[in-house]
Design a protein around this ligand. Structure first.
Ligand code: BO1
Ligand code: ZN
Length: 260
């Protein structure tokens, strides 16, 4: 993983990029083959307890827009599911395409969605900070939620309304009191597997939890994502689209499902 660039989407020649080849054995994202996933009756329901007041701000970091949370205490946490202890929410962000035909990082039976939400958590039992947890085996948990085209999503709209203020790279605005559980599908079913971060440092420290059921968003909401820019103010404008990593080989891994 020493060869990756720090600005993964700048050139967007994914097929040729060093990002396609990391040399690891548990890289993400993957294509989840439904029939190859193994039902695990020991997998408990995932429990999500987010405190809306821990939401701090939203920023354009040059590869996505990201909403950051106060993770100095156990206020917004997940537990249960495949997890042995609770994990703290640090941030969430999205990946999306230039058009509706692609954009998600994970796929299910080679089906790609127009976008994918990632809720990023770290283990406060084995680490004292997110940066430390990045280096720990299973120090991180990312929940992935697919977005599909359909009805307007009222919860997402609060985010969409904030996007014009963070159009350029490295812009940041306050974003108080938001409960990201409004972005979770009501169906409890998920797949879980051991993987990695999908942007540098691509660390193999992530327990992935991929929700089976997508949430619906409307065309206008996706178009607002696509109005964001990879570039800073004053640079030649480049739309923030296709900010996903290509599929990685499953190698010697099993994807477990919480459902049969
Ligand atoms: S993802 O969910 O696999 N797409 C993913 C990819 C990269 C990060 C997080 C999630 N990177 C890390 C950075 C840290 C930063 C942290 C929290 O995100 O490496 O420097 O503090 O925002
Ligand atoms: Zn992500």
């Amino acid at each position: 993983t020493g060869l990756v660039t720090q600005d993964p989407y700048r050139h967007k020649m994914w097929g040729m990029s060093e990002l396609s080849v990391s040399g690891g054995t548990r890289q993400s994202p993957i294509n989840i083959q439904w029939r190859d996933s193994v039902y695990d009756p020991h997998l408990k329901p995932l429990k999500i307890h987010y405190d809306p007041t821990t939401c701090l701000y939203i920023w354009n970091n040059g590869y996505s827009f990201q909403v950051e949370f106060d993770d100095s205490a156990d206020k917004s946490v997940i537990m249960g599911g495949p997890l042995e202890n609770h994990y703290r929410l640090k941030q969430f962000h999205f990946h999306w395409g230039a058009i509706n035909e692609w954009g998600s990082e994970h796929m299910v039976d080679s089906k790609v969605y127009p976008a994918e939400l990632h809720l990023v958590h770290w283990n406060p039992v084995t680490s004292t900070s997110f940066e430390e947890a990045i280096m720990e085996n299973n120090g991180l948990v990312v929940i992935g939620v697919f977005l599909k085209l359909g009805a307007h999503h009222a919860g997402l709209q609060k985010l969409v309304d904030a996007l014009p203020a963070v159009k350029h790279k490295d812009t940041i605005v306050e974003f108080d009191v938001f409960d990201p559980s409004c972005l979770m599908p009501s169906c409890p079913d998920y797949w879980t597997y051991d993987g990695s971060l999908t942007t540098p440092p691509l660390t193999e420290s992530v327990t992935w939890i991929i929700k089976k059921t997508p949430i619906e968003v409307d065309q206008n909401q996706l178009e607002e994502f696509r109005m964001l820019l990879f570039t800073s103010a004053g640079e030649e404008e480049k739309r923030m689209v296709d900010n996903f990593r290509p599929l990685q080989p499953l190698m010697n891994r099993t994807v477990r499902s919480s459902f049969r």
